[in-house]
Design a protein around this ligand. Structure first.
Ligand code: NDP
Length: 311
């Protein structure tokens, strides 16, 4: 019997893909309809389209504990994809309210909090101000573990839309056909994952005993590439070499300090990924799993396949 799933933040960039993947994998899927979205017509229409595809919409509010407890009691698994990108919105700590509701409800067999990026447990030495993302995600982890809630943490590495779209350059989400600025020598490896694949793998983990109380890294072997390699793939697709320049670590950090807070948070993340190689510079040890090995039946999107959409 497949678990019943509640998606919180189902109208979000990743959340809507989680709803789709949950339905596609045959789970009875509930999507939280927060009262606060009011007359946001786009969100309401999206929620209605989920309903047409077979999801159940359930009303609840982060300001009303009992409403959260009530919806959590309907399901076996809760997945939260609440916002966590400062240039859009950052609400990671709101999840503490969801943790309280899951604790009180007492029926949840698995909780996937809003992570889906760099593993925050590896980022204790991260730079200010971007470390707030990792620190907040760790606060949520501690609350989950103290409450004894069964969990899976998904470390999804780079969302392809942000990183491939911009040829790994912060501030860009469409690839230029003329030029590119390499971060340092452009040789640090990172890992790029199609957001729909992130959702597919995430849903695969929820009824899998191998992923209980573990971190699952999504590391599709063909998608572990440096910025230079991503640029080469794009150059092959467009049949043209880009004009290349480079930004040194010192220049990058100096420019970062002139930006506003939200921009600085994002740039810090690019720094750790592109200058330090924080995503790919470690082996996955005991107590963690890798998604493409656990689920070889998933035909993941390669970087080249992903990038054809920009042609
Ligand atoms: P979005 O910014 O798209 O937001 C997701 C949801 O957050 C919304 O649907 C909304 O739900 C909910 N939300 C926003 N504000 C509030 C609030 N005040 N109260 C309650 N709910 C709220 O999120 P993303 O998809 O961009 O991010 C999801 C996760 O993915 C985050 O953990 C983020 O850090 C991570 N991420 C990782 C990236 C990577 O490259 N690895 C890149 C981008 C994100 P509602 O409809 O109910 O309002």
């Amino acid at each position: 019997m497949k678990s019943k799933v509640l998606i919180v933040g189902g109208t979000g960039y990743l959340g809507k893909r989680l709803v789709k993947a949950s339905l596609a994998q045959g789970h009875e899927t509930y999507v939280l309809h927060r009262e606060e979205i009011g007359v946001d017509i786009e969100k309401v229409q999206m929620l209605l389209s989920f309903k047409q595809q077979g999801a159940h919409l359930v009303i609840g509010s982060f300001n009303d504990h009992q409403s959260l407890v009530k919806v959590v009691k309907l399901v076996d698994v809760v997945i939260c994809a609440i916002s966590g990108v400062h240039i859009r919105s950052h609400q990671i700590l709101l999840q503490l309210k969801l943790v309280d509701a899951i604790k009180e409800a007492g029926n949840v067999k698995r909780f996937l909090p809003s992570e889906f990026g760099t593993d925050p447990a590896r980022m204790e030495n991260a730079m200010e101000p971007g470390r707030v993302t990792f620190d907040d995600k760790m606060v949520v982890r501690r609350a989950i573990e103290e409450a004894g809630i069964p969990f899976t943490y998904i470390s999804a590495n780079c969302f392809a839309g942000y990183f491939l779209g911009g040829l790994c350059q912060p501030g860009f989400i469409l690839p230029s056909r003329e030029q590119v600025r390499l971060l340092g020598d452009g040789n640090q490896k990172a890992i790029y994952v199609d957001e729909d694949d992130i959702a597919t793998y995430s849903i695969k983990t929820i009824d899998d005993p191998r992923t209980l109380n573990k971190t699952v890294y999504i590391r599709p072997a063909q998608n572990i590439l440096s910025q230079r390699e991503v640029v080469q793939i794009w150059e092959k697709l467009i049949g043209k070499e880009l004009l290349k320049s480079s930004i040194s670590e010192q220049e990058f950090l100096a420019i970062m300090k002139e930006q506003d807070y939200a921009e600085q948070v994002g740039l810090t993340h690019y720094y750790h990924v592109c200058y330090e190689g924080c995503l790919a510079n470690f082996e996955i040890g005991d107590g963690a799993e890798e998604a493409s090995k656990l689920y070889p039946e998933v035909k993941y999107t390669t970087v080249e396949e992903y990038m054809t959409r920009y042609l």
